[in-house]
Design a protein. Structure first.
Length: 143
């Protein structure tokens, strides 16, 4: 209940200050979509047809091996954002004594993230240049 009030206050105060933030964003050369940044931590209400899941499966390592280094890094941050959204949603629902829908999504995201690290580690080990290999390993460990 406390978290709900705090988030509600934050969302309402952010909405009030949106006009000043929008003018600051345009002055800085960036554009705003009009959405509150905190809304990214919550899943939009999705309609399910015939009990079909709206989410997919985890990524396979064989699929990830076909992707470039940059694509894997982008996918890593997309999965990190999804993981944060799911964990926020789970925590909010638990605080309200409600059941978290589709709890199998979080392990799928974690498994995909683990597989990305594995594929990147394979590439770092196969790198013939020891300096580049060490640099790649540092980047992987920072993920």
């Amino acid at each position: 209940m406390f978290v709900r009030r705090v988030i509600g206050r934050t969302l309402s105060s952010a909405a009030k200050s949106e006009t000043s933030a929008a003018s600051a964003a345009t002055a800085a050369g960036t554009t705003r979509s009009g959405k509150n940044p905190l809304e990214e931590f919550f899943e939009a209400d999705r309609k399910q047809d015939d009990n079909k899941p709206v989410y997919g499966r985890s990524w396979k390592a064989s699929e990830l091996r076909l992707k470039s280094w940059d694509d894997l890094q982008k996918l890593w941050y997309v999965l990190l954002k999804e993981k944060n959204m799911l964990m926020t949603q789970r925590q909010m629902l638990q605080s309200q004594n409600l059941q978290f829908p589709n709890p199998e999504r979080l392990p799928k995201v974690r498994k995909s993230m683990c597989r990305i690290k594995h594929v990147l580690s394979e590439r770092a080990i196969e790198e013939p240049d020891p300096r580049r290999s060490a640099e790649m390993k540092r980047m992987i460990n920072a993920l």
